[in-house]
Design a protein around this ligand. Structure first.
Ligand code: SAM
Length: 322
């Protein structure tokens, strides 16, 4: 049986009965006017962060959600789109699709604005999406892609890129690891399916995303997710897993590689009104300019006392330099 079949079994079971510690991280409740999330959706939230960010949402969007789970985030996207079939929600596991279908019926009962037809549920695989090329403006996946081997991750990202219009956005939430996870654990199909051992270090994860043709990547959040502790997992030391939220934009790839925004800024404190590096970065005095990691490194390398480059906060909400 392939590891993908093991994942199928794990999520068939997770659809039949709530698995309390699967994937999820405690976070604030999503409170929006007139949005009531059915308890059954919250109970089966198997995501490790959020993919729903206000700055990516505008009226008229078409959204593709991969790995629908209980349907909670698909409902949150539908809150903004509010048109029939404006959220396409794909899942490989029929039992999970059935849970989502039931939950959307309940969501319709408790949310006067919502109609189940806003979300079209599709049985299908992230590795071969049942969606036409350039069909949507935004693709989202939460805590699914980390299950895949690096080869399959590339395929899933290529499929997401194929479904997106030019300039479209891919919202991701996945576990990452501070140090590579030993092969013995990575090869454990159950741990991988449970989002515990497929995680990659952030730089590698970002490199996979960029390779799929995303020229801009914003790291929106990064926070503790799990610890693979040395006693339970037979490791030399505890290994911290974090969850990362990132949004990748299908913009042209710069010749020197992707622009990755991690919350770094440049502040000019010189005597002039502004500093211009001659490479498209105009920094007004005293006003922090969000810059990508490449530009932050280049500005630091200038070694100027009147240019202060702040470190990564791992929280970039947009508005960058390039
Ligand atoms: C960890 S859960 C996350 C569910 C949901 N995104 C959330 O945040 O609660 C992974 C989801 O992906 C689905 N899934 C597993 N393998 C898949 C595949 N190859 N293609 C599409 N969906 C898959 C599972 O059935 C499950 O619903």
């Amino acid at each position: 049986m392939s590891y993908l079949e093991t994942a199928h079994r794990v999520y068939r079971d997770a659809a039949a009965r709530v698995q309390k510690s699967l994937c999820c991280t405690p976070g604030p409740r999503f409170e929006l006017p007139e949005l009531t999330i059915p308890q059954t959706m919250e109970d089966m939230n198997y995501g490790c962060g959020t993919t729903v960010h206000l700055q990516d949402l505008s009226p008229g969007l078409d959204v593709l959600y991969i790995g629908v789970g209980s349907g909670m985030e698909a409902l949150q996207f539908a809150y903004f789109t509010r048109r029939p079939r404006s959220v396409l929600a794909v899942d490989r596991v029929p039992e999970m699709l059935e849970v989502a279908r039931r939950n959307f019926a309940e969501a319709e009962r408790v949310n006067p604005w919502f109609r189940s037809e806003f979300v079209e549920l599709l049985e299908g695989d992230a590795l071969s999406l049942p969606v036409a090329d350039a069909r949507v403006d935004l693709v989202a996946q939460n805590c699914l892609f980390n299950i895949f081997t690096p080869e399959h991750l590339d395929r899933a990202l290529a499929e997401a890129a194929r479904a997106l219009k030019a300039g479209g956005r891919l919202a991701l939430s996945d576990p990452i690891c501070e140090e590579p996870i030993p092969k013995r654990l990575r090869d454990d199909e159950r741990l991988r399916a449970e989002c515990l051992s497929g995680a990659l270090p952030l730089d590698e994860y970002v490199a996979h995303v960029a390779r799929a043709g995303f020229g801009t990547i914003e790291i929106r959040a990064r926070r503790p997710y799990r610890v693979l502790d040395r006693r339970r997992y037979g490791l030399e030391k505890d290994l911290l897993l974090e969850s990362v939220e990132a949004v990748a934009i299908r913009s042209p790839m710069p010749s020197d590689g992707p622009c990755v925004f991690a919350g770094e800024t440049v502040v000019f404190v010189g005597n002039d009104d502004y500093f211009d590096d001659g490479r498209g970065h105009h920094v007004q005095r005293d006003v922090p300019l969000p810059v990508c990691r490449k530009t932050a490194a280049a500005m630091r390398a200038l070694g100027r006392e009147d240019l202060i480059v702040t470190g990564p906060t791992w929280h970039c909400a947009g508005g960058g330099c390039c």
